[in-house]
Design a protein. Structure first.
Lengths: 402, 254
């Protein structure tokens, strides 16, 4: 659980508080200043103070320049730094989140990000949409997708859909595909609809602790109301935060990523996958089910893809724990303008270039931020028509119904 | 310096607007209210003035659903007094609202009253000028920057077409805020919780409302499709030729 540190000007005071307030904060003392964190950081080159320099500034009690710089907002909470740190300092959820929290307290956060926070506080979703319309994506599907409050029956699977999968027009297509897959498998499932709130992952990783707690508790209250065997999500951010951060506010929910659920039910799924087409597919590992908090869900998505007839899986140079973030984490989803202004590059574009370099025809994803981000990157790099971006759920739905 | 900020609430356009059975008002069943955006800027401008020159910011709001959150958020930003006007204010028109704001503001002995210059349900921006009239103070609208010194305020006023004016007004005065000098700040949730602990909302009953002087709405309706549209069919050249003919007929082209 990330705890906000109190405002202070001095680096030493901030350092002492950080040591005490952060989980495993005492590990900060073990920093070797090796710089591995800053080297692997996709935006480290554009930061005034990449992770190891932040720690150096804290130790030198010369922290004011760090607080005067705004480049901490280039951090997309991709966990690459935390993953390579030889001293295992929890950088992403620790010092980086604390620094962002401090910047928020000082009112120094980019306006786009503030809007997303205000929206999630007011409407329970970062997009600023009506909570009443949260299940609109499922309208017109037959059979209908049951909303728990109306369904009033226990279900096998309670599906946490998430903000983007509920409201973003591109990701709504993924949600509809996932609903068809579950229906074809005969899984008795339901969604929360208007009772579902933002998972709180971005709010947590940028240190908006109060808002994170509010959202986590709202979701927990909704989960408590209904009877279900398993909680499954199509959103890696929800997976990561519910598994690793909700316990910090007293909420314990056993959550599964949908690829884990599907692998467990592969016997049910496989016979349904009849339609095949020859495709070279590469898979993008999302940070939040991969290296983040060593969640290590690497094999399951590949197993599911491997079950689709005609799929030839090829790997990109950066894969599994070395995957490169799509750029949407830790508030990055609402900082595109800021990131571009400072770095003049997009990690989603690097990823598309890598997928093309291995001759992939399809870039398969399993995160709700990724279909729109990578489709945009295919267009912005001038490769429209050369690479198809599909969520695994969409590939499955195609293989089932054709 | 006492800075009073009266705020009003408007329908949140995130929800669909529907007309009620009377055909003359919005259906309020699903209506969600939100602080008028310009009033949010008025609060921000008041806080900026307080931060620069000291003083007390007092926010006055009608009791509607969600008002406490808005008031505590203002307190978290730095407002010192929160006043909630209780009574049947949900449907109060601008005249009634201006009168209750005037009564509340008089007691607070304001040097400055900052109020949103307009609202999406009041594009004429009537509340500020009416309030100034009831308070017997001068009014300056479309203000986007304020400096105070020696009992006077120097304000930047915006005119259409990008024109700006700098004006001086003797205090007390009412200013209609078009935009604060900075966008309204984000306050972290934990600070709002702290404000809830540390600040008390003062409730003031408003008594009977006086809506006189306001308009009566006879009919409210969604935009209706006109029947004047002509669809032009054919290939690109014939459509273009036809368009030129029409423009000439209408004297748009010579």
């Amino acid at each position: 659980m990330i705890t906000s540190t109190i405002s202070t000007n001095g680096g030493r005071a901030f350092y002492d508080k950080a040591l005490k307030a952060m989980p495993r904060g005492e590990r900060l003392k073990l920093c070797l200043q090796c710089g591995a964190c800053s080297g692997i950081c996709p935006y480290g080159f554009a930061m005034d103070y990449p992770p190891h320099s932040i720690i150096a500034a804290l130790r030198a009690d010369d922290f004011t320049p760090v607080l005067d710089s705004d480049t901490i907002w280039l951090c997309i909470s991709c966990f690459a730094c935390s993953n390579v740190c030889p001293a295992q300092i929890p950088l992403t959820t620790g010092i980086l989140a604390s620094l962002k929290s401090e910047m928020l307290l000082r009112g120094k956060a980019p306006a786009e990000l503030q809007t997303a926070l205000t929206n999630s506080r007011r409407y329970g979703n970062t997009l600023g949409q009506s909570p009443r319309k949260r299940a609109d994506w499922a309208r017109g599907l037959t059979p209908p997708v049951p909303i728990m409050a109306e369904f009033k029956e226990p279900v096998e699977v309670l599906w946490y859909v998430g903000d983007y999968a509920s409201y973003h027009p591109r990701v709504q297509k993924v949600s509809r595909a996932m609903a068809r897959v579950l229906q074809a498998m005969g899984v008795k499932f339901g969604i929360l609809g208007p009772e579902e709130n933002s998972d709180g992952d971005a709010q947590c990783l940028i240190g908006e602790v109060g808002l994170f707690e509010m959202l986590a508790l709202k979701n927990a209250r909704a989960f408590d109301k209904y009877e279900f065997k398993e909680l499954v999500t199509t959103d890696p951010h929800a997976y990561n935060t519910m598994k690793n951060e909700y316990p910090g506010v007293g909420v314990s929910v056993p959550i599964k990523h949908y690829t884990q659920f599907l692998v467990e039910h592969l016997d049910q799924l496989k016979p349904l996958l009849k339609r095949g087409q020859k495709y070279r597919v590469t898979y993008h590992d999302p940070c939040c089910i991969g290296r983040a908090n060593k969640n290590n869900i690497y094999d399951e998505p590949r197993q599911v893809l491997g079950a689709i007839p005609g799929v030839e899986l090829v790997e990109m140079p950066h894969h599994r724990e070395n995957s490169i973030c799509c750029g949407g984490g830790g508030g990055g989803m609402w900082l595109d303008g800021f990131s571009w202004e400072h770095a003049r590059t997009r990690t989603s574009e690097w990823r598309v270039a890598e997928a093309l370099s291995v001759g992939a025809q399809v870039l398969a994803v399993s995160c709700t931020y990724e279909t729109p981000r990578f489709e945009d990157a295919v267009k912005s790099t001038g490769h429209e028509g050369e690479l198809i971006v599909k969520d695994i759920a969409e590939l499955l739905a195609n293989a089932i119904s054709g | 310096m006492n800075i009073v900020v009266p705020i009003k609430f408007v329908p949140d356009l995130v929800e669909e607007m529907t007309i009620d059975e009377s055909g003359a008002a919005l259906d309020r069943t699903w209506l969600r209210l939100i602080i008028n955006e310009f009033d949010d800027h008025a609060i921000e401008q008041a806080i900026l003035l307080k931060e620069r020159g000291g003083g007390q910011v007092m926010v006055v709001a009608p009791e509607v659903e969600g008002v406490d959150d808005v008031l505590y958020t203002a307190a978290a930003k730095g407002a010192g007094r929160l006043i909630k006007l209780t009574g049947d204010l949900g449907n109060a028109n601008n005249h009634a609202l201006a009168r209750v704001f005037a009564t509340a503001a008089k007691d607070l002995q304001p040097d400055l009253v900052l109020i949103g210059v307009q609202a999406h349900d009041d594009l004429d921006g009537a509340v500020g000028p009416l309030l100034a009239e009831y308070l017997g103070m001068p009014y300056l609208g479309y203000v986007s920057a304020v400096e105070v010194s020696d009992g006077k305020a120097t304000v930047r006023k915006e005119y259409p077409g990008g024109l700006m004016a700098e004006m001086e007004v003797t205090l007390p005065a009412v200013l209609g805020i078009q935009a604060a000098e900075h966008p309204p700040r984000y306050v972290v949730t934990s600070k709002i919780y702290q404000a809830m602990e540390a600040t008390t909302i003062e409730a003031q009953a408003v008594g009977e409302l006086d809506p006189s002087g306001g308009l009566t709405v006879d009919r409210m309706f969604q935009p209706e499709a006109a029947e004047r549209a002509t669809m032009i069919e054919g290939d690109l050249t014939s459509i273009a030729t036809k368009l030129v003919e029409i423009f000439k007929e209408l004297s748009v082209l010579q």
